[in-house]
Design a protein around this ligand. Structure first.
Ligand code: FE
Ligand code: FE
Ligand code: ZN
Length: 300
């Protein structure tokens, strides 16, 4: 592998916007990253500051970060499956924000059907995407494979394909993998070649735009979606390394979404980002059982 693409979820704050996101990525030793254009859990958004964007691009150029390896994640609460205009309008604006930022990939959870039937939910997602996507947009919507928590839609490639097939502009769609979600949805992570084969057969080749790298707190098929630090969950470090270095994923940004580390074993508050240390483990392919301790020492 010539160049490992590895990075993490980083913040996008109003003071420095994309420039801050690049700086945070560099501080972790990453060369790609993922942002929410505001808080992940709400839809309050600031206008994009073009001066900060310009500075971010200068810094990316200097440090060899390719803007095509930067992805944006839509907020969790945006749910196209419920058929609301709110989600459609927010996502239309989000596509505009991506174009202002010069970024191409928008990761989206397909949605949850809640009190509707699954079929109604899927139809709402299709209708919503057809209202959002225009023929000339540069943005790709990347549908994320989901763990199947609650009434989540998109827990198999067949289900994602069902959505894609009904779209007016399917060429604007890519997919986003997530190792925790795949495991929790029931896929066998240890057999990753088989998963790739299924994606190529069902969705097509070169359709993976991004992969989230997370260990899972739960077992295969648990439908829980609780991320864990690399090597500390049910997937295990070796399986994750196999996926990260898989030849079919060479040009795909690998994004860590593992949990922040608490001050001590008892505390429930998550304070310290693990990414600098997890990226080091990935680059050296060496699991560090003292990872959490080292993170606490470094930041405290
Ligand atoms: Fe996600
Ligand atoms: Fe994810
Ligand atoms: Zn998740």
């Amino acid at each position: 592998m010539k160049n490992l693409l590895i990075g993490s979820h980083v913040s996008f704050q109003k003071e420095k916007q994309l420039l801050g996101s690049v700086e945070e990525t560099l501080s972790y030793g990453g060369n790609c990253f993922m942002i929410y254009t505001g808080a992940p859990q709400n839809t309050a958004r600031q206008p994009i500051n073009q001066d900060l964007t310009k500075q971010a691009y200068q810094l990316m150029k200097k440090t060899n970060i390719d803007p095509n390896h930067v992805v944006v994640h839509a907020p969790y609460i945006v749910n196209l499956a419920n058929g609301s205009d709110f989600a459609v309008n927010f996502l239309k604006q989000e596509v505009t924000r991506l174009e202002e930022l010069g970024l191409k990939y928008l990761v989206l959870h397909p949605g949850s059907y809640v009190k509707l039937t699954k079929e109604e939910g899927i139809n709402n997602i299709v209708k919503g995407l057809n209202k959002i996507i225009t023929k000339d947009q540069k943005t790709f919507i990347c549908l994320e494979i989901m763990a199947g928590k609650g009434t989540e839609i998109g827990t198999s490639f067949l289900e994602l394909k069902q959505i894609i097939d009904k779209l007016q502009y399917p060429e604007k769609i890519k997919i986003c993998l997530d190792t925790c979600h795949l495991n929790d949805a029931g896929y066998d992570i240890a057999n990753f070649d088989l998963i790739i084969e299924e994606i190529e057969n069902v969705i097509g080749e070169n359709m993976i735009a991004c992969i989230h790298i997370n260990d899972s707190k739960n077992e295969q098929g648990s439908h829980k979606d609780r991320h864990e630090n690399l090597g500390f969950g049910n997937l295990g470090f070796d399986n994750l390394i196999n996926i990260i270095y898989h030849s079919k994923l060479e040009s795909v940004p690998k994004i860590l979404e593992t949990p922040y580390v608490s001050l001590n074993e008892e505390s429930k508050k998550r304070l310290y980002p693990p990414y600098k240390f997890e990226i080091k483990m990935i680059k050296t392919k060496q699991f560090d059982p003292n990872l959490l301790k080292k993170i606490r020492q470094y930041y405290h």
